[in-house]
Design a protein around this ligand. Structure first.
Ligand code: NAP
Length: 453
């Protein structure tokens, strides 16, 4: 039941959208760290527009234990004063209310105004870039960190790219790192309607992203040796990792590109608001070992038929998502048009528990990058790394979000004063990767080899 709160109450974390499909899994993950000895999460509140639904979610999330005395507060994203009250009451808001293009901006605005920190699980590039364009400067001034894509989109890709890139010991350097995502399950791989709706709206508004980018100054581009990603066939057979694969138009490569642009503008990373000399040296050392590379993501399947199914769903969403009638069909029959990958009521707990992901990073580059300026064009070295973990949407995403939150709360002095930033540039030099490893997401080097010419 909702408990009346005095406006002076303050929380370490507020979870907004706690009644949602993803929100309830985020609550379950947060309870693991609430008030444990080394955790900076001492106080937590759940927020949404339906208190009784949130009470049920809290009971589900704490099962088999009885629900802990976590306050449940009312707020609606269409009611800015309710959001301002929240932002004034907490150090950090974790936003699980999507589609973000519809509901996210008032939350970001309230956080920035109050100088409160904000993390979300958005995978919508247009929303992220618009928030950066409109709120970055004010967020710097107010001391508010605003970081989208702190879920499966796009932390495994961001940290996975940094991990692969740091395996290249000078004079070696990567030219391209191609990621291959493979989703596996003994049952079915299923996503909830919220993600499907966000993807459909993303297609519908693709021209808005193009317009936004045209209206903004061009970002810095890193210097990368050698050619870009090879232009292969539409369907690639990646024999080394045993996958058929097709390009995945997800947010990952866009978020990574923004991270690399910020790194190019700030080659030592971003100065912490109150960081020690030791931390400053560690940060500079970390970023000096990162070698930018062209980056792309493909969705892989062990069978050619699996890839043909991805393409079919891509065609449905790509074509139907462009018209109002088509969108209506897609959103009314998600299961039909996604060939069973998305359902109105989401996956069952068994389906969530039995799914896993592997993200392979195949890096191609040069054993001596100085030879590129002397005309060497063909990469002669390959490094394959892999990030692996549990189901992406409702297990990995909450793990990633909570670990980002813990790093932000525990290491606030080492992070920049404020700004709208990507997870890679903000958390790259922290212990986020180690924390993810401790929580079931692994990072491994698979092979280092010479490519025959
Ligand atoms: N990064 C990733 O990898 C990742 C993974 C999973 C999900 N996501 C994203 O997370 C978002 C949510 O997905 P989902 O499947 O959890 O959706 P969902 O089940 O529909 O949950 C949406 C949540 O937003 C709340 N909400 C909607 N309108 C609101 C408003 N005006 N004010 C306050 N709360 C409001 C809903 O509250 P009620 O219960 O009151 O309706 C619900 O709690 C989507 O954008 C999805 O793409 C990303």
């Amino acid at each position: 039941m909702a408990e009346p709160q005095s406006p002076t109450t303050s929380y370490d974390i507020i979870i907004l959208g706690a009644s949602g499909f993803t929100g309830k899994y985020v609550v379950r993950e947060a309870l693991k760290f609430l008030n444990t000895p080394s955790s900076p999460i001492k106080t937590l509140a759940l927020v949404g527009r339906n208190p009784s639904k949130m009470s049920q979610m809290l009971a589900w999330a704490s099962h088999p234990q009885p629900p802990p005395p976590v306050p449940i507060l009312p707020a609606d994203t269409s009611d800015p004063p309710s959001l301002r009250r929240l932002a004034a009451q907490t150090t950090l808001i974790l936003n699980c209310v999507g589609p973000f293009r519809l509901y996210g901006e008032p939350v970001v605005a309230a956080c920035v105004d109050a100088g409160c920190n904000y993390l979300d699980i958005c995978g919508e590039p247009e929303f992220m870039e618009r928030m950066e364009a409109e709120y970055h400067e004010k967020a710097v001034e107010k001391g508010s960190l605003v970081v989208s894509a702190c879920g499966f989109d796009s932390v495994p890709a961001e940290l996975g790219l940094l991990f692969n890139s740091r395996q290249w010991v000078s004079p070696a350097a990567p030219s391209s790192i191609q990621a291959y995502l493979s989703l596996e399950s003994e049952k079915r791989v299923v996503g909830n309607f919220g993600t499907f709706e966000s993807a459909v709206l993303g297609v519908a508004n693709a021209d808005k992203l193009v317009e936004l980018r045209r209206s903004r100054p061009r970002r810095a581009r890193p210097t990368i040796p050698g050619p870009g990603l090879p232009k292969g066939p539409i369907i690639e057979h990646q024999k080394k990792i045993g996958l058929w694969a097709v390009k995945l138009p997800s947010a990952d490569s866009i978020v990574v590109r923004r991270t690399l642009a910020t790194l190019t503008e700030n080659p030592h990373g971003l100065l912490g608001v109150n960081e020690s000399v030791k931390h400053c040296m560690e940060r500079e050392n970390f970023w000096s070992t990162v070698k930018p590379a062209h980056f792309g993501v493909k969705l892989g399947s062990k069978s050619l038929l699996g890839v043909l199914r991805f393409i079919t769903v891509g065609i449905f969403i790509g074509l139907l998502g462009k018209t109002a009638f088509g969108r209506c069909l897609l959103l009314k029959f998600p299961s039909v048009f996604s060939l069973g990958w998305f359902r109105k009521n989401g996956p069952t707990e068994d389906e969530v528990a039995s799914a896993t992901f592997k993200m392979w990073f195949v890096g191609h580059g040069f054993s001596d990058s100085s030879l590129v300026s002397q005309g060497k064009r063909k990469p002669d070295m390959e490094i394959i790394t892999r990030v692996m973990g549990p189901e992406i949407g409702y297990l990995t995403t909450p793990i990633v979000l909570l670990q980002c939150a813990i790093v932000l709360l525990a290491q606030r002095d080492n992070l920049p004063k404020g700004g709208v930033l990507t997870p890679g540039i903000l958390f790259g030099a922290t212990d986020l990767q180690e924390r993810l490893q401790e929580n079931g997401i692994s990072f491994d080097v698979i092979s280092k080899s010479t490519l025959s010419s």
